[in-house]
Design a protein. Structure first.
Length: 470
């Protein structure tokens, strides 16, 4: 692998406009670090591309040498696919241009953009792109995997709001994909992850929005069951303007948390209302009535502030591990298992994340994008978040054990952006009846599986069949 990285460097260094970083050189140590501290690897070469031609050169050279190649946008890949040991990393962090067309409510987003880059540019025009909830997330990986966040019920998944892609495919060609050009590739890129190439530009639709109502509150351990029963039924009839997320976790030891619940299991409620504040008051009041009164807050916040509130909760360098799934309905036994699990949670930052989808996300027919089945409204992410390597086993085993208990009640399916690096066997489950079509597109655009550091859809004969329903 060392010889291959040197070969790539030798081939590129005279004609590469960006930066070529090797171990031991200035800037390399900072450049090699990614978000998930569990994935500390040492690439042989980081090619920080200045433009599309740099991407083409890196892809062609990587393919010619056969070197293991990762693609990095923001480095937020939970599974660690944005790096490797000894191989090549195609780094897009120099490519963060955003061009907004306010009257058309559209934007062009360069492949290396962070969500914060997009929000800063679009909010100047009073517009938003529906995306994730942490501003230092890379937009490319998020969008290609689907993209869910505060605006999912109102405007759909991130991938639903893309009108076109420009990408460099495995042979180094620049290809456009939209409803008219290469429509099968356009279909696959909306939810199919990084399987098909390096996306250097997204053409996206924007929506008018500058502020929201944010309401928060904590429900004590004794009320969690009742809260979840209420939430599952309440959200089925809720307006699209309401997004209500619940995290089951240990209450933090901070001033804003009532002393009596600090360090104890709680349900942390976060509600966002995107419509007229007065129209949302009855819905927010109903939800907050399930919370401890001294923990409740409600205020109007700018969209940019909303998008950065979780940044410090999920910082770079901590250790993350997840397992995720969907539920058609949260039955009482499932709720009981979740409540019991919180009592033995291994880290104060580890949590059971619950969100209700539906709305605009469910209106897009499943066959229209590769994203997957949208009919199950409940999405759960078991997210372990801790700091010390010595606690790896305890956190990972807690996630795996709880997932195993909850799995029988889940609907087949998984959101690829919430998958860890040890779940390749679940990738067919993510696409289900779309699997064969995904394989066909992969076989056409990446027949040698050059882009394989991802939740991988192998080409042709390398592909396995869909996983049977449990």
């Amino acid at each position: 692998m060392v010889e291959a990285s040197e070969e790539v460097y030798s081939s590129l260094h005279r004609r590469f406009k960006g930066d070529l970083l090797r171990p031991g050189e200035s800037g390399y140590e900072d450049a090699r670090v990614i978000w998930n501290g569990m994935v500390a690897r040492t690439p042989g070469l980081i090619a920080r591309c200045a433009d599309v031609s740099d991407v083409q050169k890196a892809v062609r050279t990587g393919a010619e040498t056969g070197i293991l190649t990762a693609v990095r946008c923001g480095g937020h890949s939970l599974a660690g696919f944005s790096t490797n040991d000894g191989g090549l990393v195609i780094d897009l962090s120099k490519m963060r241009q955003v061009t907004v067309e306010p009257e058309a409510r559209r934007a062009r987003i360069a492949g290396g953009c962070l969500l914060g880059s997009i929000d800063t540019a679009t909010q100047k025009a009073g517009l938003v792109f529906p995306s994730g909830v942490v501003s230092h997330t890379g937009a490319g990986g998020l969008i290609l995997g689907g993209g869910t966040g505060w605006l999912t019920r109102r405007f759909g998944f991130s991938c639903d709001n893309v009108e076109g892609f420009t990408l460099v495919t495995a042979d180094g060609s620049v290809v456009r994909a939209n409803a008219r050009e290469n429509p099968d590739l356009f279909w696959a890129l909306r939810g199919g992850g990084g399987n098909f190439g390096v996306v250097t530009e997204f053409e996206v639709n924007l929506h008018p929005l500058t502020s929201v109502v944010l309401a928060e509150g904590l429900s004590p351990e004794s009320d969690i069951r009742l809260l979840l029963e209420c939430w599952r039924d309440f959200m089925a009839e809720a307006p699209l303007d309401l997004k209500w997320n619940i995290d089951l976790r240990l209450a933090p030891h901070v001033e804003t948390v009532p002393v009596g619940v600090r360090g104890r299991p709680v349900a942390s409620n976060s509600l966002v209302w995107t419509g007229d504040p007065e129209a949302g008051r009855p819905y927010l009041d109903r939800a907050l009535s399930m919370c401890s009164p001294d923990s409740v807050s409600s205020k109007i916040v700018s969209f940019v502030n909303l998008q950065t509130m979780a940044d410090s909760v999920f910082p770079h360098g901590r250790r993350y591990y997840t397992k995720s799934g969907y539920f058609t309905y949260l039955d009482d036994s499932t709720i009981d298992r979740m409540v019991e699990a919180v009592a033995i949670i291994p880290s104060p930052e580890t949590q059971i994340e619950l969100a209700y989808l539906g709305g605009a996300a469910a209106r897009m027919p499943a066959k229209e994008t590769a994203f997957g089945d949208r009919s199950a409204p409940f999405i759960m992410n078991l997210l372990a978040n801790w700091s010390e390597a010595s606690a790896d086993a305890g956190n990972i085993s807690w996630i795996r054990g709880l997932f195993h208990q909850l799995r029988p009640a889940m609907k087949p399916g998984v959101y690829v952006n919430f998958m860890s690096g040890d779940e390749q066997d679940r990738v067919p489950e993510a696409y289900q009846e779309r699997w064969d079509r995904m394989v066909a597109v992969k076989t056409r655009y990446d027949p040698s599986n050059f882009f394989r550091l991802n939740q991988n859809v192998p080409p042709g004969k390398l592909a396995i069949g869909p996983v049977p329903s449990p």
